[in-house]
Design a protein around this ligand. Sequence first.
Ligand code: ZN
Length: 449
Amino acid sequence: MRIIRNGELVLPTGVVTGDIVMENEVITYIGHITDIPDDAEVIDATGCYVFPGFIDPHTHFQMTNALASTADDFESGTAAAIAGGTTTIINFASPEEGSLKQGLAVHKGRAENHIACDVAFHMEITDINDAVLQEIPAVAKDGVASFKVYLAYGFRLNDKEIYEAIKAIAPTNKLVAAHCENGPLIEALIEELRQSSKLDVANHPNSRPVLIETEAIERFVTIGTLTNYPVHIVHVSSGAGLETIETLRRKGARVTCETCPQYLVLNDSVYSLPNFEGGKYVMSPPLRKAEDNQILRDALASGKFQTVGSDHCSFNFESQKKQGMHDFTRIPGGIPGVEERGLITYHVLVNKHQVDPSQFMKVISENPAKLYGLYPKKGTLQVGSDADITILNPYVEHVLSKETAHTKADYIPYEGINIKGGIAHVFLRGHHVVNNGELINAHLGKCIP
Ligand SMILES: [Zn+2]
């Protein structure tokens, strides 16, 4: 038996001081204990917040795209996750030889026995045909968290295909999410930039301006509305993107959305840094203006975003990003961030916006659990729930740095950011895996289901 004593417990109803008992991987008691059994391990949480383990709904570990393979595999990616207080990640699985079932099996195989936190999967739909449509109910039954479609990249779906995909997914009650950028227009803009030899990294954001995002959001939500099924927008990057969603909501559209830490604390000034430093920040959508950071922070604080995902998709700067030094279209897109997501979001919401810790808990844990079918096993401190618990000390101050990070990438995009609040202890299904800030067991993760 393990007992967390005298912590500030962040419950769905608010913060209360109390104790939590964990036994056989679940929470067995929440309240005030008077008699401590002799054989109990006691963790003093006085003055610390006790959260349900954080859930990152957006990671790409051990992935290979047209340009490169990610720096992080499941082993290092999940170690980084749990060191940052995240006890469950939901990773993207792509079809294998056109088959969703095979794709799910392959991705699960890569993860199993190599993971430090629990892992669930989203299934990407990159093609529409009879075989794929028939497999959708089967992989839903196998427990995928959601389905995702892309409006950009070579594997995007067109509007009719997206409509057909949502229609096929609706009976499974799984969420349908989309990467919202207009792919054909990005290709047109890149062609133009190429013809005028504007291929240095500073032009990356010019190939994907805000209108590319807002148009795709409006179109995807419109398709969702036509099918009468709710939809979800991942990685909203701009104030205009959020305003598009808010306008559609006012008209009655059912749409939830995610933003990412990078769109809250980093802006597009980095793309003109000397020595190709901007290459470290190439991602899609690109970073926007400092004003956008502010709009998105305010929106997150007022509950307009349901989740914050890291979109962790790590590549090495020296050996991978630099291959696009003279042509930004050759830079593999994406950044690490699974370890820093929880603390950056905490810092923005609780320290800067003075938001109640229970509201932070909702975006970092409860909402993703609910949206992706993991609740109440995950995402809440309740008797009977998995004992996934993150204890955060609100008083320690530290600087984010690659030196202390667990990603295998050779940099972190958040280098030098000062944070008040540190991860003190993490429990994964009752097992003590982070002790006084140090990762002590990185092999206890399981695939869900
Ligand atoms: Zn992504």
